[in-house]
Design a protein around this ligand. Sequence first.
Ligand code: AMP
Ligand code: MG
Length: 334
Amino acid sequence: MQTEIQKIDEGSLVTAKKILYDGGLVAFPTETVYGLGANAFDSSAVKKIYEVKGRPQDNPLIVHVHKDYDLDRIVCDIPQYAAKLAEKFLPGPLTLVLKSRQTVSPVVSCGLETVGVRMPSHEGAQRFLKYADLPVAAPSANISKHVSPVTAEHVYADFNGKIPLILDGGKSSGGIESTVLDCTGAVPCVLRSGLITREMIAEVAGDCTTFVPKDGEKVRSPGMKYKHYSPNCRTMLFDYANAFRALEEYNGQRSAGVKAFIMCDDDCRRNFFGCVPESDVLMLGKTADEIASNLYFKLREGEKTADLIIAVAPKEQDGIMVGVMNRLTKACGS
Ligand code: AMP
Ligand code: MG
């Protein structure tokens, strides 16, 4: 199969819609990461997503809709706080897990009674979803466990020859996946951290908890139990407090002939890695937004040439950094 990368215009939207209605897959940009989409009503199309990605069969997908889509067509029993959150944050990087109306294919939710719904704010994603006029089931458009894609080229690197079309909407600005929020209880509960933080949700909903699985307890968001986001090279992760050890490791590896790279934020670079040449640094940036936006991009850049990425965690770890640390730990932690 030939894989085309096309800018989003009238012509590519016609092609994309036809592919979806024929049961095929289309990759598309969002403000978080690129998605690999199928018609959410079509079970055999949704199954293709799992096959192409090599995704475990018990890790449910998120349904993407355009901003004028009536969520009542897919979900029911929407609590008042969820309606308020939708009003405040959608379209945007927030996925609401709600009771499913069982109208979309059961394959989307792996047979669960709930379904995750999301309205991306990316203009190209909105155009695509509006034009297709379908709910589109989509996980991140990467081979399972690999780093999520934030450009059309990243998607191409994983799926060349396996899907017909990648809609190109430039680099995803958010850079990490949406916040996944369980809205089936009395109080919303964060299942996966993202750019919409627990604090932002609590401010609107009155309260918000974070799900922390206890030993032996059922995992509420099945995706959480899997290894994720890993680059195709060796990795190490150091705390900010141990940055000096990261430098020792870097020096030791380089003298042994290993192509080692440092991945860190601006503050860490200035304080600890002034002597490391520019070409060996995967710079994450200064602010939390920049760091989130650059994380996957830099992991993908690094894996092309590095034998080893030595990452150092940023010092501040609250707000958006909770989501960044979750990804960084899974990508580079042991
Ligand atoms: P991805 O599409 O690769 O970003 O992964 C989707 C994430 O949303 C995974 O962590 C899933 O486990 C989670 N998710 C999707 N649907 C549900 C649901 N109905 N209940 C709980 N978690 C969900
Ligand atoms: Mg994913």
